[in-house]
Design a protein around this ligand. Structure first.
Ligand SMILES: *Cc1c(COP(=O)(O)O)cnc(C)c1O
Length: 411
């Protein structure tokens, strides 16, 4: 287990491959600011109180590292942890995350027995799924804790409302047999990132009606939850007992045109690489596969050692990269391992070789600028930063804090 502490370099403007005081070198990295995660939790907790907060850490914490994010979120007062897959939840249990946990996306091969034995709550989206959960509970001789997941309009996972009666009758039988307890009911919103759309009202109405039905049937619910980040920030009437906080936990805004800071949120991830090469080229130099970019005059090209294998979207030609506080667009195709920026003829090559190139985050472009260049959303950009980019965990403000290398991967 790597457990390396070292000082973050005092400034990001050195040339050459920098090393910190303990001799650690880095070439590319994702810095994860855990104090930003904590800040975001507190902002949202204040906003939704007295509703509880579930920190959604699926997909390795949207690329930030599920274990470290879960731990930081719990330290900041979150009560629940949410994962899509049971296997994600089990991995966190193995790392001693013992908070209440929910997983909701299953298949016929989901290890329900292991989940029940590890005290992981299970979403149930159909009678069939409820049956599988009950069968697993019978085998491990432990009652499952179940949250019924309802489709109130998303058309994805979740039980259709016209199957609710059947689902409740079945749940009641299993409950009588001691195989499970229905402790929650939840649903997911389809268009909450577009607050003017009426479908959210319709979903909330349907959800309230379903809650009434479940309660009238005598189930003692602990939690009712439907709000994701956009609904957390725009629909107080959707908060219910608990909200499921994903994107906002990582300090990103789900709304086009609204900065995270307008909600008191701070982006947690910064992706950087050392400028790998600088070279002078003539006018009409073609750049990268396909030669779709040609230089317009004598200029310096900077090589950034990050490509689509690292999670940069291949389509994002033109996306901004920041070096020495200036922004340069990516020119030509993004390749598997690398991409190129045109630095113009006036730079000092010595100063740029080995300099820190910021892809997005602190002192650089926003995740959303990269998302726009790729025709996608900020969710996708951070989530796809690949395991080839080492994660480093940062506490407190830049320049004066200790960095800790990811200690959760490898042996
Ligand atoms: C991913 C997910 C969330 C979190 O959504 P954000 O918009 O990132 O806050 C909440 N609920 C469910 C069911 C999800 O799959």
């Amino acid at each position: 287990m790597a457990d390396v502490n070292f000082e973050v370099e005092q400034q990001l403007h050195h040339s050459g491959l920098e090393s910190d005081q303990t001799g650690n070198l880095w070439e590319r990295r994702a810095l994860i600011d855990l104090s930003a995660i904590r800040n975001n939790v507190r902002q949202v907790a204040d906003l939704v109180a007295p509703s509880k907060v579930m920190a959604v850490v699926k997909a390795d914490g949207y690329g930030h590292g599920a274990y470290r994010v879960a731990r930081a979120a719990l330290e900041a007062g979150v009560r629940w942890i949410g994962c899509a897959h049971v296997t994600e939840a089990l991995a966190l249990r193995e790392q001693s995350i013992d908070a209440p946990m929910l997983a909701w996306l299953h298949t016929c091969d989901t290890p329900f027995g292991s989940a029940i034995a590890a005290d992981i709550d299970l979403g149930a989206s159909s009678c069939l799924e409820l049956g599988r959960i009950a069968a697993a509970a019978r085998k491990v001789e432990t009652p499952a804790r179940v949250h019924l997941k309802l489709d109130t309009g998303l058309g994805r996972n979740g039980a259709m409302l016209d199957t609710l009666d059947e689902l409740l009758a079945q749940a009641k039988d299993y409950q009588r047999e001691g195989l499970l307890r229905v402790v929650g009911i939840f649903s997911h919103l389809a268009v909450a990132d577009e607050p003017q759309r009426v479908e959210t009202d319709e979903q909330l109405e349907a959800f309230d009606a379903a809650i009434a039905k479940v309660e009238a049937a005598g189930f003692g619910l602990e939690v009712r939850h439907i709000a994701n980040t956009p609904a957390i920030l725009s629909r107080p009437d959707a908060h219910h007992d608990m909200v499921r906080l994903g994107l906002g936990l990582y300090g990103l805004s789900p709304f086009e045109g609204d900065e995270p800071s307008s909600f008191g949120l701070r982006p947690a991830m910064t992706v950087q690489a050392r400028v790998a090469n600088i070279k002078k080229v003539n006018k009409d130099q073609g750049v990268s596969y396909g030669l779709h970019y040609r230089t317009t005059g004598e200029t310096y090209l900077g090589l950034i050692p990050l490509g689509y294998a690292d999670g940069l979207p291949r389509i994002a030609t033109g996306a901004p990269v920041s070096i020495h506080g200036k922004t340069y667009p990516v020119r030509g195709r993004i390749a598997m391992d690398q991409c190129v920026v045109d630095l113009g003829p006036d730079i000092d090559p010595e100063e740029y070789l080995g300099a820190t190139a910021v892809i997005f985050g602190e002192n650089g472009p926003s995740v959303t600028e990269w998302a726009n260049a790729a025709g996608t959303i900020n969710y996708e950009v951070v989530t796809r930063i690949s395991p080839r980019v080492p994660r480093f965990y940062l506490e407190g403000s830049w320049g004066e804090s200790a960095l800790e290398e990811d200690d959760t991967t490898g042996e």
